[in-house]
Design a protein around this ligand. Structure first.
Ligand code: SF4
Ligand code: FES
Length: 295
């Protein structure tokens, strides 16, 4: 899987990343990801961060470069935290600290996702040891920039709302029956989907997921589809299965998937997103027959 992820990253780098008004070509010098002349011992090294910054949602982006001393085992969040203590550019200008998000530091919250050398990745689990001495950081594409590397991921949560990605605790069913039983086999299959941390990385990589929210009826994206797969199998989630299937049979639903398979390659939790999409194809076909003939 690592080699596949590496291939996707390279593809992203080759394609280049872009943003409104500014592209990575605005920065000159060695290509990110390439090793430049050794700047220190292998234990301690100095890395150059090239960061695409944006002061507010409606202002133009621009690039700044920083040099940061990195410790062994550092990840991208570590060096951004170090930079926050002394935000001086390579030109010697003291600037506002770079804004970025992180919480759990263990690939659980999803808040730290960003473009690293052109690939969407969680910055808390991206180790400097995997990267060159010049590292390009950009906000996650497909999501509006709040400031610098912080984005607003409300689009992702709107998608979860569209498919009712939850289990209702109250309803017309008998709730004092024995707890539902799930086989070990089903539990193991479902658990993979429950690992989603709503990072938005799969959406950033998906060519079908629109660049902007538009009227909110564009392709819903792989993360919401995987949650439909998960919750349709849940003993209580099944009560809303029909509504969820109708949601993904509507405009912007399952049939908008172009089968690019980028999502499954970049998902840091290794969620089998395309397997979910395949299973949902069967479920929606059965649902369409039920709608036609009743049942
Ligand atoms: S499916 Fe994977 S990449 Fe997509 S939001 Fe969930 S954890 Fe992130
Ligand atoms: S800080 Fe939570 S996933 Fe990176």
């Amino acid at each position: 899987m690592n080699s596949v992820r590496r291939a996707v990253r390279l593809a992203f780098e080759a394609a280049g990343s872009s943003g409104a008004g500014t592209t990575s070509s605005a920065v000159v010098g060695p290509e990110p990801g390439t090793r430049v002349a050794p700047s220190s011992t292998p234990e301690r090294r100095t890395v150059e961060l090239r960061i695409r910054r944006q002061d507010a949602p409606d202002t133009a982006p621009y690039w700044q470069r920083f040099r940061v001393a990195a410790k062994p085992g550092d990840n991208i969040v570590s060096v951004l935290r170090a930079l926050r203590l002394d935000p001086v550019t390579t030109d010697g200008e003291r600037v506002d600290p770079v804004a970025f998000e992180h919480n759990c530091m263990e690939e659980v919250c999803g808040a730290c996702a960003m473009l690293i050398d052109g690939s969407p990745r969680p910055s808390c689990s991206t180790l400097l040891a995997e990267l060159g001495d010049v590292i390009r950081l950009e906000p996650l594409p497909k999501f509006p920039v709040v400031r610098d590397l912080m984005v607003d991921r409300a689009r992702l949560f709107a998608g979860l709302q569209r498919v009712q990605a939850w289990v209702r605790l109250d309803g017309p069913w008998v709730t004092h029956e024995r707890a539902p039983r799930i086989s070990q086999r089903q539990w193991a299959a479902d658990y993979r989907y429950s690992r989603c941390m709503s990072c938005g990385i799969c959406l950033a990589a998906c060519p079908q997921f629109p660049d902007s929210a538009g009227d909110g009826r564009g392709f819903i994206g792989p993360s919401a589809l995987a949650q439909v797969r998960l919750l349709n199998a849940h003993p209580l989630g099944r009560y809303d299965k029909t509504a969820r299937l109708h949601a993904i049979m509507a405009e912007g639903g399952l049939t908008d998937c172009g089968n690019a398979q980028n999502c499954v390659r970049v998902c840091p939790k290794e969620i089998p997103l395309t397997t979910a999409i395949g299973e949902l194809g069967r479920q929606t076909t059965l649902q369409a027959l039920k709608d036609l003939f009743g049942g």
